[in-house]
Design a protein around this ligand. Structure first.
Ligand SMILES: *Cc1c(COP(=O)(O)O)cnc(C)c1O
Length: 485
């Protein structure tokens, strides 16, 4: 195990300095002259005293402890942790973008408005939707916005009894959470033996209280819904709408569109699919797109073009209002737009082609040593189920730690819930064959060690800075700062 790092407070030695200042050439004042006695500390502040090189080494070392896309392979399923080209950052940092003020008059921010306008045209084309708002700050925020739009639509038609949203068992955890937050009741729909949403169960679940079906396609199992058009028909015939969770868009760009599958509302996670950095809490961006009959309910303002002028349109009487201060995370949209324009339509299609090929290639390598349920072509991700290994004494969580020991970020563990010991794996299009091969070799080695001596894997990790953390206590009772004894 790498040695835990001493804190700066422990490293400090009295009298050490990291700076030097010129001699004082003005008369010195006493502390009492500067500050009334009652405002002075009774004891010294206790700041650590360190040299410059100690501070530099400390922080530089800490910075290497984060695992990131820029430091290693990151196959975290459903998160699309693709490499984020650095040119996106340079473009977003251009002073004309970075130094804009949100209260600036519209006529002095025409370039930014034009970018929003053009981005909307691209997203419409990509998804088959009629209008987009860029306000939501993340996927989950987009979900809430989209459901509020659906709610406004039903209410406007006098459909007040539609209080349920159907969510498949394979749904991302944010889906049922958002449904509840929007004041709806969650109705779970089971999967069939091929991993599709069970169409018969869907038919039974749908009725006049159905507000919407919320779905990602391909699902978190990496499987494309084979009966999506029938599903859309069933929900629409009952008067419900279809909500598309666009987090898995990386699998289908240029091949098919949620709008063509029958979806009425979509959110995109542009911090996933369109290569802007994410993890660690943002910032992200989750634009929401809708079909024509839902456009009156979108948040204000929308960006419009008149002649060669761009402007904010607040004139939407049925709008759900604003869902974000100002106009969304503009810098994230700039990065995503830059990526879109660099790739072009053909490039984006290639992204999805490569993401799907990488996923199927890696699955075929891992299949030799691990059980992978649902034996059919995968889209951008697949779920490994090391249940034989778990019986021998080392399951998904232990394998995840063993991967950390070998320099890889683990896949998403124990999700989706319908797969025992799930390792949800999404390699992405930005990884080379050599990286995928190296990962497969590590997984093979882990399987071999489990066969010989499962305890060696179950007692890991062995090479990381910290061992097994008490995850529950870390979440419930976090200790976020050093305190003087
Ligand atoms: C990531 C993800 C979300 C939530 O998106 P955030 O941007 O993290 O809020 C929703 N659904 C699926 C399938 C996801 O992968």
């Amino acid at each position: 195990m790498r040695k835990a790092k001493a804190l700066l407070f422990e490293m400090g030695r009295s009298g050490r300095r990291g700076y030097s200042l010129p001699d004082n050439d003005v008369p010195e004042k006493s502390l009492d002259q500067l500050l009334p006695q009652k405002m002075q500390r009774n004891e010294p502040l206790g700041m650590p005293e360190l040299s410059e090189v100690e501070v530099i080494r400390h922080y530089t070392e800490l910075s290497t402890r984060n695992f990131g896309v820029d430091t290693g392979f990151y196959p975290l399923g459903s998160c699309t942790m693709k490499y984020n080209p650095k040119v996106n950052e340079e473009v977003a940092a251009l002073p004309g973008f970075a130094q804009l003020h949100p209260c600036q008059p519209e006529e002095t921010a025409q370039g930014a408005l034009e970018l929003y306008y053009n981005m909307e045209q691209c997203l419409k084309e990509l998804t088959g939707m009629e209008r987009f708002t860029m306000q939501p700050s993340a996927g989950a925020h987009g979900e809430l916005t989209g459901l509020m739009v659906i709610q406004a639509y039903h209410r406007h038609r006098g459909d007040h009894h539609r209080n349920k949203v159907l969510v498949p068992v394979t749904a991302h955890g944010t889906n049922p959470a958002t449904v509840t937050m929007a004041g709806y009741e969650v109705v779970q729909v089971p999967a069939d033996e091929r991993g599709n949403v069970d169409l018969e169960a869907l038919k039974e679940a749908v009725d006049e209280t159905t507000s919407a079906l919320m779905l990602t396609n391909p699902s978190t199992l990496g499987l494309f819904e084979e009966e999506i058009l029938d599903m859309a028909r069933v929900v629409h015939e009952a008067g419900g709408l279809l909500y598309y969770d666009g987090a898995n868009m990386n699998a289908i760009m240029g091949y098919t569109r949620p709008g063509d599958m029958g979806f009425d509302v979509v959110h995109l996670n542009i911090h996933k699919t369109l290569s802007t950095p994410h993890g660690g809490g943002g910032p992200g961006s989750g634009p929401v797109g809708v079909k024509e009959r839902l456009t009156p309910y979108l948040p204000v303002p929308l960006v419009e073009k008149k002649g060669d002028q761009f402007y904010f349109n607040y004139d939407l009487p049925e709008s759900i209002g604003k869902v974000q201060s100002f106009y969304g995370n503009f810098g994230v949209v700039v990065k995503a737009y830059n990526y879109l324009r660099m790739m072009g339509a053909e490039g984006l299609k290639q992204v999805s082609t490569d993401a799907v090929i990488n996923s199927n290639y890696l699955a075929s390598l891992l299949q030799k040593h691990y059980y992978i349920p649902y034996d059919r072509i995968r889209k951008h991700e697949f779920v490994v189920s090391p249940k034989t290994q778990a019986k021998k004494g080392a399951g998904a969580g232990d394998i995840a730690k063993a991967l950390l020991d070998r320099g890889f970020h683990p896949p998403t563990v124990y999700f989706p819930l319908i797969v025992d010991e799930a390792l949800m794996t999404e390699p992405n299009e930005t990884e080379s064959k050599e990286t995928l091969d190296a990962y497969a070799r590590a997984m093979e080695e882990i399987a071999r060690i489990i066969d010989e001596n499962a305890e060696e894997i179950a007692s890991g990790p062995h090479n990381t800075v910290v061992g097994r953390l008490d995850e529950v206590r870390a979440a419930r009772n976090p200790i976020l700062r050093w305190q003087k004894e």
